[in-house]
Design a binder for this molecule. Structure first.
Ligand SMILES: Cc1cc2nc3c(=O)[nH]c(=O)nc-3n(C[C@H](O)[C@H](O)[C@H](O)COP(=O)(O)OP(=O)(O)OC[C@H]3O[C@@H](n4cnc5c(N)ncnc54)[C@H](O)[C@@H]3O)c2cc1C
Length: 658
């Protein structure tokens, strides 16, 4: 190594996450002196999570160990995939002792295996009928992740995407400062190692490019049919296949027959448009954030931003830099939190560490995930704590105190703003929003916070319920999405001619494990009702997607390997699952707290809709091991009779559950 290289390595080590560096170096060298550098727990964001950090007193010694390792022929070092026992020992070295359930839930976060969530055939891949086909609807993170899973298994599939490019929400949402608000280190698939993100929280364009890169690298592109919309599908009982209606480029209709259909059509696919009196009389422009195209010029204009969820918060700063005046219309104040490294670039040196230092990427991923491991205490009220004068729970109240102080600090303690910006419900009752400088932007001379309800649009602007009128040239509606419209507007017709949307309109929008609905054999939903895990576990949405895709692929494999052609969830299992879910949900922050219930998109018509309500370990256990007792497999001629295939139970149970 020459001098310049050595200087670069030293600079890189100076910038390393010390905990991750310690774990990587220990795993590579087993140096007992490194093991003796014990990290300490540190709460983050007022108690929202705990990380384990290495004291600065070890910095110098650790860096010297790093220099020694990296300047002595480490290029020839061969990384190994550690077994369970080694991973567990290492994880305990990185933090606290883990019980079995906790270890299982964390096992794949450092992602040592090439494909941590790969489903597997129990033996050799069986020969499939020549026209066998799985259809995936949508090419966002869900559809592409599912495609990678099927590609690896050698199962024929096609992905229909109605847009002209892949990316889903990351192709659609191009509004100013659109970016992830969960760190890119966890907002990525675990099978793609050391992706060279340029920012810790990647911007929209980079995330879209990432999905394109994955689709290309993992062989999914050849099976993509862009500008092609699935209008609907009908299950044909006689053949156990779905007859699909698909409209391709130039509106050409195609009939497609599929053995399995997987809807990965997204939770945020149906924008909620502004509905307010006078909208037709308004002479200015109205643009929903999903329709932002870059053609909108706000320079010198009077702009109104309606909605202060994650999107409305992100776009204020950049719009305010150009507009003459921006008025932020706020209905409900949100809890908005700072995040370390938000907006910060990843230096060349850190990217080098990720790519070249054995195990560093794995441990920085784990280290980043640690702070979001145990969030359940934030979601469940503590009655004893409340009886002693607390508001919700010790952990939740601590975060609340931290965020209240943060608001005061950010708005220079201006009493008019502090009062209107501080929510009266506990943090985490709604999606926690990340601050990209929103509070500071409110202090600008050309920005005004309006909290009086909007009464109507008038030709020249907006009138509030107290009669104030504001001149507006352009309304930006950051009003979010109709999340209850799962798989909409595609029309899926199951056994007995039942339409999925009708079933849901009657019985409520429900699924088993978020994925399956009785009478809809061979049909799965990704990111379906109650599938989002917000109770911790450190896994970002792409990892949740990988887990769903493994579950779905495991069920498809089991069906094929048992010579069956149809699989669906038993009605009783579906009912029991949802009964249990609703009971647990009643005790969570989303429903138990009157001040928050019904005021967020997680809840619809009084029922928890988007999230799963269990502690993450329990959920992880359910979602990573299909319970085949709950599923009904049938032969092609008689899926309705619910006759189980003549299958040998142990074979079924062993399939794809590694
Ligand atoms: C602005 C924004 C920011 C977000 N930021 C984060 C974040 O920071 N962290 C996080 O964890 N999550 C975030 N999310 C949530 C995000 O939805 C998920 O993380 C993830 O991208 C969802 O992927 P998906 O494939 O399930 O859905 P989508 O990305 O919505 O993809 C669905 C695709 O299906 C297509 N489609 C739908 N119906 C049909 C049909 N009938 N025929 C053909 N194609 C169809 C759509 O065109 C779309 O391309 C964000 C969401 C939004 C809207």
């Amino acid at each position: 190594m020459n001098e310049t290289d050595a200087a670069f390595v030293r600079r890189a080590l100076e910038q390393a996450d010390l905990s991750a560096l310690r774990m990587a170096l220990f795993q590579a060298t087993h140096d007992p002196e490194i093991a003796a550098m014990v990290p300490e727990p540190k709460t983050v964001r007022g108690g929202a999570g705990v990380t384990y950090q290495l004291s600065e007193k070890y910095r110098k010694a650790l860096l010297e160990k790093g220099v020694e390792f990296l300047t002595n022929g480490f290029e020839n070092f061969e990384s190994r995939v550690p077994d369970d026992r080694e991973v567990r020992t290492l994880m305990e070295m990185a933090g606290d002792p883990l019980d079995d359930a906790e270890f299982r839930a964390r096992r794949e976060i450092p992602a040592f295996d090439p494909f941590p969530w790969a489903a597997k055939w129990s033996g050799k891949r069986p020969t499939l009928p020549e026209d066998f086909l799985v259809v995936i609807v949508g090419a966002g993170f869900g559809g592409i992740g599912m495609g990678v899973q099927l590609e690896n298994l050698g199962i024929p599939y096609v992905i229909f995407e109605r847009r002209a490019e892949v990316g889903g929400v990351w192709s659609i949402n191009t509004y100013p400062d659109a970016r992830v608000d969960t760190p890119s280190a966890v907002y990525e698939y675990s099978f793609e190692k050391s992706y060279p993100w340029t920012e810790y929280f990647a911007q929209q364009r980079e995330v879209r490019e990432y999905i394109e890169y994955i689709a290309d690298k993992y062989g999914v592109c050849k099976n993509l049919r862009l500008s092609t919309e699935v209008k609907g599908a009908r299950f044909d009982q006689a053949t156990s296949r779905w007859r699909m209606e698909v409209v391709g480029v130039d509106g050409v209709k195609q009939a497609v027959t599929a053995d399995f259909v997987i809807s990965a059509s997204g939770l945020f696919a149906s924008p909620k448009q502004l509905e307010v009196e006078g909208i037709d009389d308004f002479r200015g422009g109205i643009v929903h954030t999903t329709a932002w195209s870059g053609d909108q010029d706000v320079t010198g204009k009077d702009v109104a931003i309606i909605g202060n969820g994650s999107t409305g918060i992100q776009l204020l700063g950049q719009i305010a830099e150009k507009a003459r005046k921006v008025r932020v219309f706020q209905r409900t104040p949100q809890w908005i939190s700072p995040r370390e490294q938000y907006g910060a670039p990843v230096s060349d040196e850190v990217r080098w560490l990720m790519k070249h230092v054995p195990y560093y990427w794995n441990w920085s991923r784990y280290s980043g995930a640690l702070s979001t491991m145990n969030l359940y205490g934030l979601l469940i009220p503590d009655r004893d704590w409340q009886a002693a004068g607390g508001i919700f729970s010790k952990q939740n109240d601590a975060v609340r105190g931290f965020l209240r102080d943060y608001i005061k600090d950010q708005v220079d303690n201006r009493p008019d703003l502090v009062a209107r910006l501080t929510p009266d419900y506990p943090p985490f009752a709604r999606r926690m929003i990340v601050d990209n400088g929103w509070y500071r932007a409110l202090l600008r001379d050309n920005v005004e916070l309006v909290t009086d309800p909007i009464a109507r649009l008038i030709p020249t602007g907006i009138e509030t319920s107290v009669g104030s009128q504001y001149h507006v040239d352009m309304v930006v509606t950051a009003t979010g999405f109709s999340v209850e419209k799962y798989v909409w507007p595609a029309d899926y017709v199951g056994l007995g001619g039942v339409h999925l949307q009708d079933r849901w309109a009657e019985d409520g929008v429900k699924a088993y494990m978020g994925m399956m609905v009785p009478d809809f054999p061979n049909f799965f939903i990704m990111y379906g009702p109650n599938s989002q895990n917000t109770s911790g576990g450190g896994a970002g949405l792409p990892t949740q997607i990988e887990i769903w895709s493994k579950y779905i692929a495991s069920v498809i494999i089991a069906t094929i390997e048992n010579d069956c052609t149809a699989v669906q969830v038993e009605r009783e299992a579906f009912e029991n699952f949802n009964k249990r879910l609703d009971t647990v949900a009643q005790g969570t922050i989303w429903l138990v707290d009157e001040s928050s219930s019904g005021r967020n998109y997680y809840v619809s018509r009084g029922r928890l809709l988007v999230n799963q309500p269990w502690p993450h370990n329990e959920w992880h256990n359910m979602i990573t091991r299909p319970n085949f007792d709950d599923l009904n497999m049938a032969t092609h001629s008689n899926p309705v009779a619910r006759a189980r295939c003549p299958i040998d139970e142990p074979t079924v149970r062993s399939v794809g559950l590694s």
